[in-house]
Design a protein around this ligand. Structure first.
Ligand SMILES: Cc1ncc(COP(=O)(O)O)c(C=O)c1O
Length: 357
């Protein structure tokens, strides 16, 4: 042997298509990763800094204080709240807790790029249902659910297409899923969704013990760099299984402290949502001015068709310091995904794009 012999799992696992340019310095418009353009609030930075003075200790493995605050905020019992090192951690844990060879995972495509990892990691079978008009086709997904289905993931609003389906349709869908299968409703972008109140989905939890609402502090709360997400579970058993498959200290002390403080500033969340909606209007109008029709976005990013020139456009924008995401990396060649930035960044993007299309 000239090199280590890796497991079959490694051969199966796709490589996560990370956006380029994280290490680039200078005046870069970072519109590739659906982050918040706003820096964290000073109070949140202070809370994280206070936690740093106790770094000789392990973080609270129960995430007790954070779960208490989330329970107060969402009215979900503490024992049904799962915390994660980002919400990706909870998705991967769900894969470990629910999937194995012979089991099935149902998800739509294109959707969030981590979902294919769940079957690759576990050896379970994936049942991939194409989007219809860039939206989840919930009827087609329901038709794919079998006795072998253990997990169904619905991303609403959907990454990368930015579209949302109405909560009434999701409610009808969840009602059709038998209770042996867990449904994760990935709501990473729910605060930006204008179709329904972001908290309306909470009403489904008491009726569906197999449902998990997956949320994150990485988007509207602006804490992507700290890695903290949470799952609001319909039953304590699901939360217990999600914890059981993970190492004990999966959420670091600074992340816990920052998330607790961030929850106190719902006014800032509302202001960020307002700025994102303004950016949506700015980008939609600018793109239409260039003859491009974006998808109806309910997220903090735009999704649109640029045809065969995709790779050249992404490359040329990057050379000019504007980082956007190529649809080829996300399952839909010919498209671009562009995160809403500050008004100045959005203008810069539109001006550069105008010279390329
Ligand atoms: C739909 C969706 N879910 C989950 C995540 C993961 O977020 P995090 O692990 O930062 O909480 C993302 C990140 O881009 C996402 O787009």
């Amino acid at each position: 042997m000239t090199r280590p012999e890796f497991s079959a799992r490694v051969a199966r696992l796709p490589r996560y298509p990370a956006a380029p340019g994280y290490a680039w310095e200078g005046d870069i418009a970072r519109l590739a990763s659906n982050e918040s353009p706003d820096p964290p609030l000073p109070e949140v930075v202070e809370a994280a800094a206070r936690a740093l003075t106790g770094l000789n200790r392990y973080p609270d493995p129960t995430n007790g204080a954070l779960r208490e605050r989330l329970s107060d905020r969402y009215g979900v019992p503490v024992d049904r709240i799962a915390i994660g090192n980002g919400s990706c951690d909870i998705l991967l844990a769900a894969g470990e807790a629910l999937l194995e060879p012979g089991a099935e995972l149902v998800y739509a495509w294109p959707s969030f790029s981590i979902y294919p990892h769940l079957t690759a990691a576990s050896g379970a079978t994936e049942v991939v249902v194409p989007l219809r008009d860039e939206r989840h086709d919930l009827d087609a997904m329901a038709a794919e659910i079998t006795a072998a289905t253990r997990l169904v993931v619905v991303c609403n609003p959907n990454n990368p297409t930015s579209t949302a389906v109405a909560l009434a349709d999701i409610e009808a869908f969840v009602a059709r899923v038998p209770r042996h299968a867990v449904v994760i409703l990935d709501e990473a972008y729910c605060e930006f969704n204008l179709l329904d109140d972001p908290d309306a989905s909470l009403d489904l939890l008491p009726r569906h013990p197999n449902l998990v609402l997956l949320r994150t502090f990485s988007k509207v709360y602006g804490l992507a760099g700290l890695r903290v997400g949470f799952g609001l579970c319909g039953s304590p058993e699901v939360r217990e299984a999600l914890d059981q498959v993970r190492q004990p200290f999966f959420c670091n002390a600074a992340a816990q402290a920052a998330a607790i403080e961030a929850l106190e500033h719902q006014d800032a969340v509302a202001a960020r949502v307002e700025r994102a909606i303004a950016a949506r209007l700015q980008l939609d109008a600018g793109l239409r001015g260039l003859g491009i029709e974006p998808a109806e976005s309910h997220a903090n990013f735009a999704w649109f068709d640029v045809g065969e020139g995709e790779a050249e456009i992404v490359g040329a924008l990057a050379q000019r310091g504007v980082l956007v995401r190529s649809g080829s990396a996300l399952g839909r060649p010919g498209h671009l995904r562009v995160t809403y930035g500050t008004p100045a960044e959005n203008t810069r993007f539109l001006e550069e794009l105008a010279t390329l299309v």
